[in-house]
Design a protein around this ligand. Sequence first.
Ligand code: MG
Length: 398
Amino acid sequence: MSGPLVFGAVIVAAGRGVRFGRPKQLVAVGGRPLVAWSIETFGTMPEIAELAIATEPESVAALQELAERYAPARAVRVVAGGATRQASVARGIAALSATCEAVAIHDGARPLVLADDVRRAMAQVGAGQAAVLAAPVVDTIKRVPRDAATVAETLDRAELWAAQTPQLATRADLERAHAAAARDGIDATDDTALLERIGVRVVVVPPSGENFKVTLRADRELAESVLRERAGERARVEYRVGHGFDAHRLVEGRPFVLGGIEIPCAFGPLGHSDADVLAHALSDAILGACALGDLGAHFPDIDPQWKGADSMRMLEACVAMAAAGGYTLANVDVTVVVERPRLAPHLAAIRARVAASLRIERDLVSVKAKTSEGMGYTGDGTGIAAYAVAGLVRSERR
Ligand code: MG
């Protein structure tokens, strides 16, 4: 054999689900029709060239729509199935084009099959050799003859496997097996059983994940919880850190505003707005975490609308910009450096005000006050400075 086989997939989505009150394959599981999960899995595997879906005649249109939505890049043929599962599979195989040398037959009621497990099974397939996803049986199995109520024997569990799908074989072997079954009047619910009859070897491939059949309401709930868990594993959390700095000159007769709180003082920071260094440093930290430039770019000094403005409003606008990018504040930490006035008595009020503006819990907001021991512009009373870091989180589903 030269090169890997070209595979087509047949999804069997027939059977009116009396238990669910509507065609079982169209019952919603995890926010989409049950069979859509299988269509997506096989329809997005590059190794699967084509898809055929066998369903009852009245569901053909609905399945065609699902195929366009969940396997948009794949050639999909939806065919009306036959009177039995075996007949439906045969029609599905016949619907695949001649380029398909091997076929994976899957039950549309198994929404959880993993592409990697399908690949491992595909690797086993060759002329005279088929593969089936199967799991060792956990229950002890008793053989009870037809029309009897007593056990004839207890089977050796170590030798028992429960067949799942997909079941895979070369197209030639499958066509031979179906022809033989038709000739001999055999009707099986399992594709590999037909292959075994004609001497094809069948390799069992244990699935790495859940692959149960959804037949009862309880299965549906369990399938949804597996799908939720898998979606959670794929959720990506992105952490960002931003840094901000600000300094203003201190002059007589200006209000001393810090973190939106006015502190009684004979002097205050000079600036176009209220010159709130804490609000400015923190705004820059938030913008920095999102790589959105700095405060000056968004709120220019020369813009008259920000003259004497409450800088906490600018801070709130920065939080809104971050939120628009999907970012949520995880925490902030600010250090204010000034010699006088003493900030300690005001820190609790500042934290509360900042937390309110950021719309986060107070214990996620840290505000610290430092002096620079008489050194430099913050030490000789010339100015006030603030340093801030902001941690942001963005979670996205892939
Ligand atoms: Mg400033």
